[in-house]
Design a protein around this ligand. Structure first.
Ligand SMILES: Cc1cc2nc3c(=O)[nH]c(=O)nc-3n(C[C@H](O)[C@H](O)[C@H](O)COP(=O)(O)OP(=O)(O)OC[C@H]3O[C@@H](n4cnc5c(N)ncnc54)[C@H](O)[C@@H]3O)c2cc1C
Length: 380
């Protein structure tokens, strides 16, 4: 079969739809969300109505069941509009609903997936703790079985959608003596007794994203809220591979936004009697930015294609995530440079792009961890 670099008609139509929706329905919300560090929650039901939250989910749960490339088109377009908003949406779909789709029983799927795909409830995933991020096996949260309940104790931090979520999937040790394999995953509803604190975290960038520290003190949940039992944690984490690919797509979108802004600016801004785009120093910068974005996009699409076709995509997903993280930081830094002083001020969005770009190499596996994964896949 020949390699085909064209989007299908359906994918192209989808791209146009999300771009229109983004510019008409999301862009007007961005300034307020960024300034007030508050995700516009009214967006979720609208995204649900458009079918955007159900791209990766089967029709029986209200999804539209499209391929991973379409999901990446969505993530890229969302990243182009606003990285913080894109992150919250990705955390809801790829991090909080995918584990329920893969491991949930019928009752859990009915309870969380149906309204989640409609955007009527919002989910989160809580792995990271104050003392354990990349090294997930070092988490301290515990879950103790008591009758027909589990009692959860622990603190999760940096949790996307943390203050606004209706449920959070939490990793906790059910057997501390078994390092790593003694971890289980639970779904905790936001109104569970003992889910005591949701403390908002203020950040360098992604200010429109909801990020929080979550505290569980003798938090009681019914035993049926167990999602993945002991021994299944590593396998469950492996399913987050798809989220890594969409995360990379989101980085490409943010880089694209910075590039487009810098390109247009360079044609209008004049210095020494001509547009700055006519200086080779600037035009070569823009050419380099375009090459990097295109290369990152190709890596993303390749990983997405492998994933959609049920082929091994671990190395390629990490390559796409790692490279897109480098590219978005390079491109956003150069975009500031193209704008000069105006790149540093808050009047134009490039300053925000620059702040937002840094996160790409931290979340969903840091860039160092992506190197570890790639090296392991190379057999070293
Ligand atoms: C805005 C934001 C949103 C987030 N959203 C979520 C969320 O929704 N859910 C969630 O669970 N978490 C979330 N996180 C947490 C994120 O996943 C972690 O920050 C990330 O996994 C890194 O963990 P850490 O911050 O504890 O850093 P550490 O693991 O302490 O790492 C510190 C440094 O050491 C490096 N390092 C660690 N181990 C190795 C190694 N083996 N080899 C080489 N270098 C290494 C890291 O790469 C990093 O540079 C979010 C974080 C942020 C900032």
């Amino acid at each position: 079969m020949p390699i085909d670099f064209e989007l299908t008609d359906e994918q192209q139509m989808f791209k146009d739809t999300i771009r229109d929706f983004g510019e008409n329905e999301i862009t007007p919300l961005v300034e307020d969300a960024e300034n007030n560090e508050k995700f516009p929650v009214e967006l979720f039901p609208k995204l649900g109505e458009m079918g955007f939250l159900g791209i990766a989910f089967p029709e029986e749960y209200g999804g539209v069941d499209l391929d991973k490339i379409t999901e990446c088109i969505f993530a890229e377009e969302m990243g182009r509009i606003n990285a913080g908003i894109a992150m919250c949406v990705n955390a809801h779909t790829s991090l909080s609903m995918v584990p329920i789709l893969k491991f949930g029983n019928d009752a859990q799927k009915e309870k969380y997936l149906l309204p989640g795909i409609e955007g009527k409830i919002i989910g989160a995933l809580g792995l990271t703790e104050p003392d354990a991020g990349s090294d997930a096996r070092s988490i301290r949260a515990t879950a103790v079985k008591k009758g027909d309940k589990y009692i959860i104790n622990g603190t999760k931090t940096w949790i996307t959608n943390g203050t606004m979520c209706d449920y959070v999937i939490v990793a906790a040790y059910t057997d501390k003596s078994k390092k790593g394999t003694g971890i289980s995953l639970f779904v905790i509803d936001a109104d569970a007794p003992g889910f005591t604190e949701k403390n908002k975290i203020h950040k360098l960038g992604h200010r429109s994203a909801d990020t929080a520290e979550l505290v569980f003190v003798n938090c009681e949940i019914p035993e049926e809220n167990l999602l993945v039992g002991e021994g299944g944690f590593t396998g469950a984490m492996a399913t987050l591979l798809g989220a890594r690919i969409t995360h990379a797509a989101k980085s490409v979108g943010l880089a694209q936004a910075a590039f487009e802004f810098a390109l247009n600016y360079s044609k209008e801004r004049e210095a020494f009697g001509r547009p700055i785009s006519k200086f080779q120093a600037i035009s070569f910068k823009l050419a380099q930015m375009a090459v990097k974005i295109e290369t990152a996009r190709l890596l993303v699409y390749k990983a997405a294609w492998l994933y959609s076709n049920d082929k091994k995509a671990l190395k390629e997903a990490s390559m796409a995530k790692l490279y897109a993280a480098d590219v978005v930081q390079d491109v956003c830094t150069e975009a500031v440079q193209v704008l000069g002083g105006y790149g540093y001020g808050v009047e134009f969005p490039v300053e925000r792009y620059y702040r937002d770009a840094k996160l790409a190499s931290i979340t969903e596996g840091t860039s160092e961890i992506q190197h570890v994964v790639i090296a392991r896949e190379l057999g070293i």
